[in-house]
Design a protein around this ligand. Sequence first.
Ligand code: ATP
Length: 448
Amino acid sequence: MKNYSLDTIVSLAKRRGFVFQSSEIYGGLNGCWDYGPLGVELLNNIKQAWWKSMTYREDIEGIDASILMHPMVWEASGHIENFTDPMVDCRECKARFREDQIEESECGNKAFKGRKATKCMEEGKFTEARKFNLMFKTFIGAVESDDSVVYLRPETAQGIFVNFNNVRESSRQKIPFGISQIGKAFRNEINTKNFLFRTREFEQMEMQYFVKPGTDESEYEKWKEERLRWWQELGIKRERLRLSPHPQDKLAHYAKAAVDIEFEFPFGFGEIEGIHNRSDFDLKQHSEYSGKKLEYFDDVTKQRYIPFVIETSAGASRGFMAFLCNAYDEDEAPTAEGKLEKRSVLRFHPKLAPVKCAVFPLVNRDGLQEIARNITNDLKKNFNVFYDESGAIGRRYRRQDECGTPYCVTVDYDTLKDNSVTIRERDSMKQERINKDLVKKYISENTD
Ligand code: ATP
């Protein structure tokens, strides 16, 4: 497996319209990114694949809770007290570091480019560590006072916990069952870095599975395997994934057990999803702070209890970056003159590919364009399709390879004779001829 540099992937992402810097014309905003025309399709396809796998089943319901929540939610969850990172400042260059990430950081003084931050620390330039709360604050209503402070949610999970009774009662679910949600989360990270890996605004795909105490450990194991499988089903090889359990003494305040699923990024392995056994911490806390009972009555065993929670918490944005890095490859493709030229290709799983099919007329005359347009219009009813009539065919293929389009359909002179078109597959570059009326069925069978 080749390891391509992050710079190569970031530059393709910008060139092809996957990701742009936020507010770029004003110099950008640190830790924020915009998804371009292809990026938003890829992101939606990732979220859709997750949603189908995690909600279209009997035991899981979906919700979409609001981003702003009652401030007591964050008291109860422990975020006001504990959602902090230890921060140190350099007295000399004024750079700010997360104390636990100093080893991976560089000195903030541009004149000393490449100098390790650990060196500055050894020279005694850093202040003592202070706790820095990562939640963004704002005000609700017309008056800006201490009473009107609200937070942009730093995770989607709490919207699920506070809706436990609502969802269970309205959907008549019985334990074990889960609630899933996809949505934006905000963290005022001390240092943002590595493109979409650590940003201040990002999206999460979270599911909380409510189980009977005592069954939590086996459910935790089950979800660990199930989530590991999901990333592989969408094209990530097992050797680029690793499970990294949290040691008992490093567990978050709510966790009984935790493991990260990590992906091998160009800069090394990094977490893309956390699986946590959250015990009964969350429902207990919210019961206590709200005064509302959040428990379950089993009408068969007549037992009443507070369920334990197994959480699967994946990053849609980090996942996007993992799928992009996983897909990027370079190889050689034949030119019209029979030579070989370098090509960059995004080998996305067809389910995730932003454009499912591109349609080309071989030349722009003799009615080939009309046929190609008709095929495009028909496909457009079901898929994101791209019509391209400019440049040599080889060039058009190269463009689609860089966008990760799994199939290209070419209308040529044989189409006029026998209604057949060429369909070319991105990875093998193999071409076959099929009847133009079967293209839709072919794309549907091979991309869904
Ligand atoms: P890290 O240790 O990298 O800060 P975390 O353990 O705080 O992450 P969780 O709170 O478990 O992360 O969040 C679940 C998922 O949300 C992560 O696996 C990741 O995919 C995503 N995520 C968390 N923080 C960020 C961020 N700042 N930018 C992008 N994605 C993030």
